[in-house]
Structures are given as C-alpha cells and as structure tokens.
Write a protein that binds this ligand. Structure first.
Ligand code: G1P
Length: 292
C-alpha cells in the first residue's frame, strides 16, 4: 500500500528557544536560509508523498503563510527581473499539497497524531518531526517507505546514541532481522519506552522523528493515558500496538541533526552551510581563520 499522507506536528511551544520563539513558531527558525519545517516538507516531497497534514496550534500562522503563494512578493520579484529568487519562492508553495488541523490543547505528540485521525483515515501514513533534520542521499522517509513496502508494518526510525543521552528519546529493544537489503539496519521491536533513565533503558537505540504508522495506531492512541512529561506519548501507543502487530525499527542512512536543541541547531547550521555550493568555500575559510 502506498504512503500518501505525512503528518507534521508543529503545535509545540518551542520553549527551548525562548525568547526567539516568543512571537514566532520554532519551526520557522532558519537553518542557513530555510525554516526548519521546510527541510521536513522537502523530504516529504522528495520521498514521493503528495500530501502534508500540519497539526498546528496558536501562533503558528507563519507556517501556513510560508507554504502559501505570496502574490505580492512574486509580482515584485517578477517586476524586478529576479528570476532565480522568484523560482525559489514559487517552489516552496508547490512542494506538496497541504492541509492544516488544529491541536487545541498541547497534550503531546501522541495527542497531535490523534488530532489528524479524520484527515488520515484508514490508511498507513508517515510522521515527521521537523526538529530532526536528516541529510542523506536517499531521503530518510523514502528509505522507510521502502521498508514498509517490504514488510507492510509500522516502521520507526532509530539511531544509536550515547547511553547518557537516552533520556531525551523513546528507546527500543529489538532483535536484528536477517534481510540482505538492510544488513544490520532492521530490528523487530520487542519493547519500547519513552525517555527512560540511562540505567533503565532497554538499549541505546533511540527513536528519531520519522515514523510510518499503520492506522491501527489511532485506536491505541485514543486509549493511551498521559505518560512521560504528563503528555500523551506516541511511544506509549506504539508499545500497546506491539501486542497486536509487529513493529520495525530502522537504522536509517544519513546524518541527523537535532535542531530542537541549541547545540544541535548550531551544528546543523554550520554543517549545512558548509555543504552549500555558494557558501561552503568562504564559510570554511572563515571557520579556519578562527583561532579556537
Ligand atoms: C519525540 C518522541 C521521542 C523521540 C523524539 C525524537 O520526543 O516522543 O520518542 O525519540 O521525538 O526526536 P521530543 O523530542 O518531542 O521530546
């Protein structure tokens, strides 16, 4: 079955970036020259998924405006003969189809997914958390869709992290699946827990913000009470789903940046700037000139 819809929860308050996020969504903070959320939407488009469903909240209008057609701006750029800029601005609104639904109460990631239930319907779908930027040859979501196409079950992106970092993540336990297509990268999950203390963690395989979910997750989400941080956690609902269906963990290929964290945000900025054709050379020269 095809993955036609991607849910992007963007209702979070962004408290880690205050005061920058006091009057603007954290998803609109730019990495070089694109807002965080655009990286995620570009990944959706590059993975062949035609529809993005944004789960928004108060104060998030700028996201909707960003992906809309900006008539005045386009007229102005066209009038001034700024063809390249015009092309870039137009490409943002043409990436994929988009629709928006509001999460009225900030009750957590699990709750945000549940809010998208009617828009998703009875079909498998993707979830992308825009805090996680993943730079890879084949888009991470595309890699996961390929796993889903083979196994027809929910797939969560995972990555090994340092033991002491596990308390920032959902953590899985699983056994390796023997499959020559994904040698050592695919796990059948046997347990998962949200934000465990390092000593209680079942492994150091952390969930990263990319998921392919079967629609059976909705029933589990609606039966999931508040968990870590007093929020309705997607990991807890997946844990319930495990009793009914297999779930796979997939160690994706690519470089992931945690742009939801200040240090990760800076690392993403530096590394992505270094990879930009027009910026890389002078920026590298500048970095080298710093007497660190
Ligand atoms: C969320 C999920 C967590 C996952 C993480 C990945 O947590 O709840 O399981 O490991 O995203 O970025 P958050 O970072 O929103 O606290």
């Amino acid at each position: 079955m095809e993955i036609r819809k991607a849910v992007l929860p963007v209702a979070g308050l962004g408290t880690r970036f205050l005061p920058a996020t006091k009057a603007q969504p954290k998803e609109m903070l730019p990495i070089v020259d694109k807002p965080l959320v655009q990286y995620a939407v570009e990944e959706v488009a590059a993975s062949g998924v035609p529809l993005a469903i944004f789960v928004t909240g108060r104060g998030k209008d700028a996201i909707e405006d960003h992906f809309d057609v900006s008539f005045e701006l386009e007229q102005m750029l066209a009038g001034r003969g700024k063809e390249e800029m015009l092309r870039q601005v137009q490409s943002v609104s043409g990436l994929v189809q988009m629709t928006y639904v509001r999460q009225k109460n900030p009750l957590g990631l699990g709750h945000a997914i549940l809010v998208a239930r009617d828009l998703v319907g009875e079909e498998p779908f993707a979830v992308l958390l825009s805090d996680d930027i993943i730079d890879s040859e084949t888009p991470c979501l595309r890699q996961m869709i390929d796993v889903f196409t083979r196994y027809g079950r929910s797939v969560v992106a995972i990555q090994r992290v340092e033991r002491r970092a596990v308390s920032s993540y959902g953590v899985i336990k699983g056994h390796a699946v023997v499959d020559h297509n994904w040698k050592g990268r695919l796990f059948r999950i046997t347990d998962m827990v949200e934000k465990p203390q390092p000593r209680q963690a079942p492994s150091n395989l952390a969930i990263i913000g990319r998921y392919i979910l079967t629609p059976a997750i909705f029933k589990e989400l609606s039966a999931t009470g508040r968990g870590a941080g007093s929020e309705i956690q997607l990991t807890d609902a997946l844990h319930r789903l495990l009793e009914k269906e297999p779930i796979y963990g997939y160690v994706f290929e690519g470089q992931r940046y945690d742009a939801g964290d200040k240090l990760g945000f800076l690392q993403a900025t530096v590394e992505i700037a270094l990879k930009r054709p027009e910026l890389g050379k002078p920026f590298r020269k500048y970095l080298k000139s710093l007497k660190l």
